[in-house]
Design a binder for this molecule. Structure first.
Ligand SMILES: [Zn+2]
Length: 590
């Protein structure tokens, strides 16, 4: 089938470039109108409300203008007009950014008693939640001169992260390594994963050892950039009166530390099925012990079948049928209204995403290449887009944009529904086993591995807060211990894995990756509920899709039936994983 015509309809956003120009020219006026409220926020609830509305009007149009520029540019990044539009948007935003920074501090500076009266006023009833969110930061906000001082140092404080990036992405040279066919290939971050997916064990081992030996040579430098970053997190938490780096990192989402610690303890309680999976992997591969370079090679022959886009559409729609009639209707708009840019083209941005803004379709960019993976990507990105669709159509602009914490839940739920649907309808046992193996690897990578990372992050920060310097030895020893604990008795790891901490960029974003694990756990539970056909459960799921940012993330999840304040959802996810491993074992006759 010819997919070359299957492009997205950006004319629905702006009919032509001139219409975009007109909006682009309106932005400075909106910025000025907003800025005119400076110094006046404490006057009255009505004035504060008008200021918030002016701020929203500016943000909303800015996002629309920005979205169009970016979506157009991603269609063809080599096009000069496209690039010029993005450059103009970026430089205009940079010019206008200083006009915005006063807003939050000025709200926080309104004396508490006066603010309480404001919050009780009907004029501000709608904005009460977002104001309270902001005021939660008040005890952690410093005086104006102190904030200025800190602000002036922010570039310097970010230096270790940048040094890590430069070292890791630009200067580090892994040299060359031989591939399966004996050809000498330059080893890069990009192809390392492909080497680990090789069916030839010696090739995997060569690439693994080559890469980590290079990290080993620079281990002290990597330790120093990581140590400085962790120290910065701790210092900033202290300066802002948080109990710990963890508390500071979780406060934005209003997530209690217990959620983080529950995740770790639930995974500790669920090592059994993971060890069991490692055992099965070892048996299928016919090895005495697994090594760390035996984790990504496919257990079973890959699925070579091609899926036309029409078939992908049909499969995704059928798999998402448990979401009901309304969802199905809205989902079909993605195809009839042309939300999706399907084919790969020269100049088009690579990869896939769901994008857009409050005033646009929730667009999807694909580079569809007819593989099974591409079908999953379609289900995943449409999960994001449908989440945006429901939130945007149920919430006012002010509360529509959902948080990262819940951002992967709808997309992962869709993927799981597609897995289950394909599994149920697969008559070929080989294909069933392939699907089960694939899902097992997804859960392993998202729940077990990200929780191991989360635990390592917590250990690093707690040690550093107690004054322990994070030397290369300390980091490697601790990492190796955790790796042994998580991978269990079937794995006899090459000691070089103890250097893996050196190459993980996420360790520089404080306490971020746990959200992958909690998000997937939530998705597994929600998908199971949807498949059971329980009508109340489905309604609760729509409550989540429609919630946007109108509630705290934990409340959104709890109301949808997933209480992440307890270890139960993660425990259930690991039970589900145990079931997948059991089914895989039976399919393989082991
Ligand atoms: Zn996603």
């Amino acid at each position: 089938m010819d997919t070359s015509q299957m492009t997205w309809d950006l004319e629905a956003l702006y009919p032509d470039a001139e219409a975009w120009e007109r909006d682009f020219e309106r932005i400075p006026g909106l910025a000025e109108k907003f800025a005119s409220f400076r110094g006046r926020l404490g006057e009255s609830p009505a004035v504060l409300r008008q200021a918030i509305e002016a701020s929203d009007a500016f943000d909303r149009l800015s996002e629309k203008v920005y979205s169009y520029a970016h979506l157009r540019s991603d269609e063809n990044t080599a096009d000069n007009a496209n690039r010029a539009r993005v450059d103009r948007v970026q430089s205009r935003f940079a010019e206008l950014a200083p006009l915005e920074t006063w807003f939050d501090p000025e709200i926080m500076a309104i004396p508490e008693e006066r603010m309480n009266a404001f919050l009780a006023s009907p004029e501000l009833a709608f904005y009460r939640r977002s104001l309270e969110e902001l005021l939660r930061e008040r005890p952690h906000t410093l005086s104006e001169p102190e904030e200025r001082l800190l602000g002036s140092l922010s570039d310097v404080m970010g230096a270790p992260d940048r040094t890590f990036e430069m070292l890791n992405d630009a200067d580090l040279d892994f040299g060359r390594v031989k591939d399966e066919k004996g050809r000498s290939v330059v080893l890069t971050h990009g192809n390392f994963r492909r080497f680990l997916e090789s069916g030839d064990r010696a090739t995997r081992k060569r690439a693994f050892r080559r890469l980590y030996k290079c990290y080993g040579k620079l281990r002290n430098t990597f330790a120093s950039t990581l140590d400085a970053t962790v120290k910065r997190h701790a210092a900033q938490a202290r300066i802002r009166h948080y109990d710990s780096s963890l508390a500071a990192a979780l406060s934005g989402d209003n997530v209690p530390e217990q959620v983080y610690r529950n995740l770790i303890s639930a995974v500790h309680g669920g090592f059994g099925p993971f060890y069991d999976y490692m055992k099965l992997r070892r048996e299928v591969m016919g090895l005495d012990k697994l090594d760390m370079y035996d984790m990504y090679n496919p257990l079973l022959p890959a699925c070579r079948r091609e899926y036309s886009f029409a078939e992908a559409e049909r499969l995704v729609k059928a798999a998402l049928a448990p979401l009901g009639e309304d969802y199905a209707q809205k989902l079909s708009l993605a195809f009839t209204q042309r939300w999706i840019d399907v084919p790969a083209r020269k100049g088009k941005r690579s990869g896939a995403y769901s994008g857009g803004c409050y005033d646009s379709y929730p667009y999807v960019l694909l580079n569809y290449d007819s593989t099974l993976n591409d079908v999953f990507t379609l289900a995943h990105e449409l999960g994001h887009s449908m989440h945006s669709f429901y939130s945007n159509s149920s919430q006012e602009y002010h509360y529509a944009d959902y948080e990262i914490f819940v951002a992967e839940v709808a997309s992962t739920t869709n993927e799981i529904l597609l897995f289950e649907y394909l599994l149920e309808n697969a008559s070929d046992p080989g294909f069933r086993a392939f699907l089960l193996g694939h899902l097992a690897d997804e859960i392993r990578g998202t729940i077990y591995r990200q929780t191991m990372f989360s635990e390592f992050e917590l250990d690093m920060h707690e040690a550093s807060e107690k004054g322990t310097p994070l030397s290369a030895d300390w980091l490697s020893e601790r990492y190796f211990e955790l790796n042994k604990l998580y991978y269990g008795p079937e794995v006899e790891p090459d000691p070089l894995i103890s250097l893996e901490w050196a190459r993980i960029p996420h360790f520089y974003y404080d306490f971020y990756v746990y959200k992958y694990a909690t998000g997937m756990s939530a998705a597994l539970k929600l998908a199971a509920g949807l498949r059971s056909g329980d009508a109340a459960g489905r309604e609760a799921y729509f409550g989540f899709l429609r919630a946007g940012d109108s509630k705290d993330v934990l409340d959104i999840m709890r109301d949808a039936g997933v209480d992440l304040a307890t270890p139960e959802p993660v425990g259930d996810a690991l039970d589900y994983f145990a079931g997948i491993v059991g089914r895989l074992r039976r399919e393989l006759g082991k």
